[in-house]
Design a protein. Sequence first.
Length: 471
Amino acid sequence: MSLSQRNCPGPVKRREFLAAGMLGVGGLGMADLFRMRAQAAEAGKLVDQETNVIFVWLPGGPPHMDMYDMKPNAPSDYRGAFHPIPTNVAGLDVCELMPRHAAIADRYSVVRSVAHNFADHGGGHKRMMTGRVPLTPVDTVNDAPATGSIVAKCRERQNSDIPNYVSFNPGGRIGDVFAQGAAYLGPAFTPFNVEGDPTTPNFVVPNISPQQSVGGRMGDRMSLLGSLDRIERQVDSSRLMESMDRYQQRAVNMLLSDRAKKAFDVSLEPEAVRDRYGRHCWGYRALMARRLVEAGVSFVTVVMENPYQSGIPFLKQGTYNWDSHAVNCHIWDDLQIRLPIYDQAVTALIEDVYQRGMDKKTLIVVTGEFGRTPRLESTVGSQTGIKQPGRDHWPQAMSFIMAGGGIRTGQVVGSTNSKGEHPADRPLTPNDLWATVYRHLEIDYTDSFPDYRGRPMPILPFGEPISELLT
């Protein structure tokens, strides 16, 4: 019998269906979710700290040579169309389309020498999200837990009315998009998923605010459940019902929690703060992330994928995500729209964390699954029908930034060769990134959890914290 079978809670009782109905369509299974998390936590390595992580994910693969690792002296078919500009840190240059980054470079560090071997989006997502070499080079269904799931398991007992792992995810089955799944940790540790554009009037966070129709029936259903309690307690010799009460109460607490509702409500922020982040999906997601970690959430993933929303018109020569093949987009036209929005949202988040005194507790990580080919390609675009420039997938070199978390900032770690093709010094892997994150969270990344077959699987099979970032 497998571990998952041994932990199976058995048939679902009538009262559980009624409880799920009380929570409405958006809240289906929340009591089950809390119960599964509590069961799974019994074998977990639990920590209870106030540290947290905001993980900004750039799916598709951001172009390292057009953002944080520009090569102005490289041949013309490598260096790109934009120029580097100096920052307030000597020796650290960024793209001219990111002037806000230039103004606050002392508040973050750039790591330029990360590489791995998975050039497919699916394999790249799994390699980056889990810190493991995936079993297959394609698709995004995890065969190992994403870092956020590990954190949620280790922080299971920290909150009762707000999730420990939240993802602003544009859609798809929970956990499968961008390899955010929990794998052998079980579905209880997938992220609390928030879809949609938070700038739109009809934006709703599931399981936080009851639908009007559900709210109108709340009193009647609570009364019905109370009546069933009195009847079923008389025959429930196993005391399962009393246990179910605790999980149901946690689900109801979350549904009605002022803390949860306020954490997601950016309207409580001053107009100037919302303006600074940007009245855009990316800006509002970043602002919500800051509010969530302040409220006690341990790990928030902020997906910055499609810039052509929140009133930004679609660009015919643009593309949905950061996958800037020439067939997908005219890379320079797309970046002229994409990078200013990114520049505003990310720097607002970094500045806000420091200005609010959160920079020791909150670690910000910004990355995608790989970089882009140093050498430019040119082909006919599927949308434009004309020949245009682009860059292909390139896991052999990539850049990411980190801020907050008490790390040393205002520096560049590692470098690539003169054409941006591979690390020239200080070669690092995604595991070194996650070892640094786990150190910040005070999670022992050498610890293990059992897989589907009960075998102990270390949180990270290899990797060390990036020493240059440690204080």
